[in-house]
Design a protein around this ligand. Structure first.
Ligand code: MTE
Ligand code: MO
Length: 320
């Protein structure tokens, strides 16, 4: 199915899972704004409704052998953030929008211990994009507790970590935000090859989702086999499949072309099959022609952290 049912949707929470009473819920918009505001849940629900079908993947998905289910697709409904920021009237010095969850923990940096709410930030221009939502419904139900009830941020096209749950405060700031999930966790370290030769060690904040795909199942239909899979994480244009050590052949995108932020489903008919073990590998290609990297591509082998593991995935199958 297109949509992942709420009770089968993965969940990742780095601190506690706060219980927020809907009648006590308040969202504060503050910082470098002319008119700081506080909204109740019904204030937000009275505003224009907007929905998006968005595939949310944890940036750590496939980073370890044991972590593979960290992805799901839901219809998220809420109200767009941009008009609220506009009404708050950001001051010209404001460049960064920081989103705080109601969950918190103790963090220590250079021997300083501090209480920190979960937080992630976006540049003002990313925060102002029309698809960014203050979301209060998931697949037509009110947002489940573990997914951030009553309100979470939804940033279509970005990895899971940007989608702050139990959203309690939005603060516009004059500098970049350096919280744990911007500067220590969810930072990808690579030794990037440089054209002049040599490598440069880079540390980049995990942000927009990268292209990825997987063969999900093979259905036997007499002599023929039907391979089905999914592709997501960018402007997916094509998917190609390789069986054993054969050449790459184009798959057909069967659904989802019209849904910008959701996974696409694809299929391929496989005929010349011999009994025994086979491998099936897929690769996604985006509109700019970028190809999902092979598992042994230096872009991935020179990556030293587990986030953004978007390498090609090889599945094994035995035909009897
Ligand atoms: N407040 C808050 N928001 C959060 C997190 C968190 O720990 N606290 N985890 C993030 C991460 S890392 C991911 S992958 C997604 C997971 O969203 P889900 O639990 O709804 O699937 O939530 C993000 N939003
Ligand atoms: Mo995550």
């Amino acid at each position: 199915e297109w949509i992942t049912p709420n009770d089968q949707f993965f969940t990742v929470s780095h601190y506690n899972r706060p219980v927020v009473r809907p009648e006590e819920y308040r969202l504060e918009i503050t910082g470098l704004v002319r008119h700081p505001k506080i909204y109740t849940l019904s204030d937000l629900k009275r505003r224009p409704r907007q929905e998006v079908v968005f595939t949310l993947e944890c940036a750590g998905n496939h980073g370890f052998d044991w972590f593979t289910g960290g992805i799901g697709t839901a219809k998220w409904t809420g109200t767009p953030l941009a008009p609220l920021l506009q009404e708050a009237g950001f001051r010209p010095e404001g460049i960064e929008v920081v989103f705080f969850g109601a969950d918190a923990g103790e963090e220590e940096v250079r021997n300083v211990k501090m209480h920190q709410q979960f937080s992630r930030s976006l540049s003002l221009s990313d925060a102002m994009r029309p698809e960014v939502l203050l979301c209060y419904e998931m697949n037509g139900e009110s947002l489940p507790h573990e997914h951030g009830f009553p309100v979470r941020l939804i940033v279509p096209g970005w990895y899971g970590v940007a989608n702050v749950k139990w959203l309690s405060r939005i603060e516009v700031m004059e500098t970049r935000w350096a919280g744990r999930f911007m500067t220590r966790d969810y930072v990808t370290i690579r030794e990037e090859s440089r054209s002049g030769g040599g490598t440069l060690w880079t540390q980049k904040v995990v942000g927009r989702a990268r292209i990825k795909s997987i063969a999900a199942r093979v259905i036997s239909r007499g002599e023929r086999y039907h391979i089905e899979g999914a592709a997501w994480g960018g402007a997916i244009d094509q998917v190609e499949v390789r069986i054993d050590d054969g050449r790459w052949v184009p798959a057909t995108i069967t659904s989802g072309r019209d849904r910008e932020f959701a996974w696409k489903f694809w299929s391929l008919e496989w005929t010349a099959t011999t009994p025994g073990e086979h491998t099936i590998t897929s690769r996604a290609i985006d509109r700019e022609g970028n190809i999902q990297p092979a598992a042994d591509d230096s872009f991935l082998t020179q990556k030293h952290t587990y986030w953004e593991s978007n390498g090609q995935i090889t599945r094994r199958i035995r035909i009897s």
